[in-house]
Design a protein around this ligand. Structure first.
Ligand code: PLP
Length: 303
């Protein structure tokens, strides 16, 4: 058996070393790739993918927004994801579907260019090494891109330059992560994760009008939060509300549920992971690892 990772590339399973793209590919030059980030977890029924359909619908919607014809149906792509996890013998992993212009010319236009799609799966642990003790965040001077600039519900590579520069700014200043605001100064989200605040026992998070990516984890937590009996609110959040929040945390496929314990040098609550954050985090891990049957419809088993 091959020791190399196996990728799905345009309908074929190929060894990593055979999966090649032209160096001048348009997506490398101009950031025109589109992608998804999905996790699979080990569950009592074997490896299971969390909210596979929702991720693949978003992937196809991103393709539609950018007029990229992948040439594969939702079901074909879902099956390919499951098969990649299976063939690589992975239990808990990160899955990256990606589509790009498989082209070797210089020129920004994409009309008529060939599109290629691949799916990779890799072992993956925590996204933040500080996930257990909580993050120190900086409100970035870079604002979150908005709909007047780029389609923000599309997960396109180019959008992430906004994330890259905000993260760079936070890291250079000695923080673990950035928090981006809208051009009006309201809280938007992290560079690759949504943000939630606990205030007076309620779960509060920025809504659609705050230029956020409407994350699948965010929606899962809002549903689970309601089911746990919390009031859940989507509304504009002022920057200073972060400082006086009882608890703060990030949510996202990669970030999972990660507490934030400090913003701009100001301690949040008592500077430790809050009780409600811990409860939601525990519940989330129970759900993704198949220990809570209530949400079993969110899991797709691999075999
Ligand atoms: C900018 C941004 N916001 C939020 C999220 C969280 O979204 P999801 O929960 O769907 O992974 C992500 C990750 O995909 C992201 O890149």
């Amino acid at each position: 058996m091959s020791q190399e990772s196996i990728y799905w590339l345009n309908g074929q399973f190929v060894d990593e070393s055979k999966a090649r793209v032209p160096i001048l590919t348009h997506s490398l030059q101009y950031g025109s790739g589109i992608f998804e980030g999905i996790r699979a977890y080990e569950t009592p029924s074997g490896s299971s993918i969390f909210r596979l359909r929702d991720h693949m619908v978003r992937f196809l919607n991103t393709a539609k927004i950018y007029r990229m014809n992948l040439g594969f149906s939702l079901e074909e792509l879902e099956n390919a994801v499951r098969e990649v996890v299976k063939r690589n013998n992975l239990k808990s992993c990160y899955i990256r579907p990606f589509a790009f212009y498989d082209d070797d010319h210089v020129g920004v236009g994409t009309t008529g260019k060939k599109v290629s799609t691949f799916i990779a799966a890799i072992p993956f642990g925590k996204y933040f090494s500080e996930a257990d003790k909580g993050l120190r965040c900086k409100v970035s001077s870079w604002h979150r891109i908005d709909s007047s600039i780029l389609p923000i519900q599309a997960k396109a590579s180019g959008n992430y330059l906004n994330s890259v520069i905000a993260m760079h700014d936070a890291h250079e200043s000695g923080y673990d992560e950035a928090i981006l605001t809208t051009r009006d100064g309201y809280v938007a989200e992290g560079p690759g994760e949504n943000i939630m605040m606990i205030k007076n026992g309620e779960i509060v998070t920025p809504g659609k009008e705050s230029a956020i990516l409407l994350g699948i984890t965010r929606e899962s937590i809002l549903t689970m939060g309601k089911d746990l009996g919390y009031e859940v609110r989507e509304r504009l959040i002022h920057r200073e509300e972060l400082y006086t929040a009882d608890e703060l945390f990030f949510v996202g496929t990669a970030a999972e549920i990660t507490p934030i314990v400090n913003v701009d040098g100001i301690e949040i609550g008592d500077g430790r992971t809050g009780k409600i954050t811990s409860r939601i985090r525990e519940e989330y891990f129970n759900v993704v690892s198949g220990k809570n049957q209530k949400y079993s419809a969110w899991l797709t088993t691999v075999s």
